[in-house]
Ligand binder design. Structure first.
Ligand code: NAD
Length: 349
């Protein structure tokens, strides 16, 4: 058997324990040797999930110094993506970091540069790309079945869904609200499917109409309105160098019929929706709806981790690169900056 990859975690909260760690318990070519979290309690609880009982650290820098590692999985709040990533890359480790890559594009650029300078892999955990419907649609698009894709409509909308835990409502720790937290998932999916066209201009508007009010119904519990410094709804419009455009909406709270997470693509030979998954075409001058069925069940977190390890073993780029995530982040930054300045922002990548 190939040598085991020695992995450590930085951040052992909800996504680490709930999504990344369970599939790792079953992977026999990877060993989780250490876990760092500023909350030692969180790190200890995470360590209890593994038979080998990884070592626990409250400062990740001590862990990087003391442990012999190949890679780290960074699952901290957005504010703590950049520095641990750069420190780990400089220590010669490969990095998978949770989405969004960072708080903003300036941080993302520094991370991408550190990966290049140290010749290590930097993957961003955009789990949605690994969905079987997304993978099938990507194959269809790459085979030219949708023709030229000229427009994408992207939604990540919650009717009432403010995360009442963690730091998701604090701009200085997250970089933004639903646009950066939820929008990034569907935006990444759309850009991947479109073949990563280069964004050249972004327009956007953010609103905080509920977050700073008391008494708004929220099935996930109460939040502190005084701490709420992010938007609760944002809309954006993106122009790409190849002439394609994309509109995006994201919300934690909005007076809409229901939650909706979707990407609609318009192509010259076909269109598509992700929810429900449908392809729209025309044949023999008749319009046709195709509905793929019997797609495999995929644990997207397991799939993304396996891709990261495969990229390390095969010494190739992972499916989600730091460079791609930087472009996504430039769009997100553009939405926020455009909202602040009240005008379209030109992207200089
Ligand atoms: N892919 C997905 O579907 C998905 C879902 C949820 C969250 N996320 C992402 O995962 C990240 C973490 O979110 P979460 O829901 O797990 O948050 P969380 O608050 O549950 O956990 C974060 C953990 O990081 C620890 N931490 C904070 N600062 C640290 C530091 N400097 N060093 C080490 N540990 C530190 C905290 O103590 C906490 O245990 C965010 O970037 C979020 O966007 C992704």
């Amino acid at each position: 058997m190939a040598k085991k990859i020695k992995l450590a975690f930085i951040g052992a909260g909800g996504i680490a324990r709930g999504a990344h760690m369970p599939p790792l318990q079953k992977m026999d070519d990877v060993e989780v040797v250490a876990i760092a979290d500023v909350s030692e309690e969180a790190a200890r609880q995470a360590a209890d999930l593994f038979e080998g009982k990884p070592k626990v650290y409250s400062d990740y820098r001590d862990m990087l110094k003391n442990e012999k590692l190949d890679a780290v999985d960074i699952c901290t709040p957005n504010l703590y993506h950049k520095q641990p990533t750069i420190d780990a890359l400089k220590a010669g480790l490969h990095v998978i970091v949770e989405k969004p890559i960072a708080m903003n594009a300036k941080e993302a650029k520094a991370m991408v540069q550190a990966a290049r300078e140290n010749n290590r892999k930097l993957m961003v955990a955009q789990c949605q790309r690994f969905r079987p419907d997304v993978q099938l649609l990507k194959k269809m698009i790459d085979a030219g079945e949708l023709g030229e894709i000229y427009y994408a409509r992207v939604w990540a909308l919650r009717r009432r869904g403010v995360p009442a835990w963690g730091v998701f409502i604090e701009k200085d720790k997250q970089g933004g609200g639903p646009m950066i937290d939820l929008g990034v998932h569907m935006l990444d999916m759309a850009l991947y499917l479109m073949g990563h066209p280069k964004p050249v201009a972004v327009s956007g508007q953010c609103y905080t109409k509920f977050g700073n009010r008391k008494g708004i119904f929220n099935p996930w519990g109460e939040w502190d309105p005084a701490k709420y410094t992010v938007e609760d709804y944002a809309a954006g419009f993106v122009r790409f160098e190849n002439g394609a455009t994309l509109s995006i909406e994201a919300s934690f709270v909005a007076n809409i019929r229901k939650d909706e997470f979707n990407v609609t693509l318009l192509g010259t030979e076909g269109g598509s929706d992700m929810d429900p998954f449908r392809i729209y075409t025309e044949r023999h001058q008749r319009v046709i709806v195709e509905e793929p069925t019997m797609l495999p069940q995929v644990n997207t977190y397991e799939a993304e981790l396996k891709e990261f390890f495969a990229a390390i073993r095969e010494d190739r780029d992972p499916l989600v690169t730091g460079e791609q995530a930087l472009m996504t982040q430039l769009i997100l930054d553009g939405v926020y900056e455009s909202s602040e300045k009240g005008k379209e922002i030109l992207i200089k990548a």
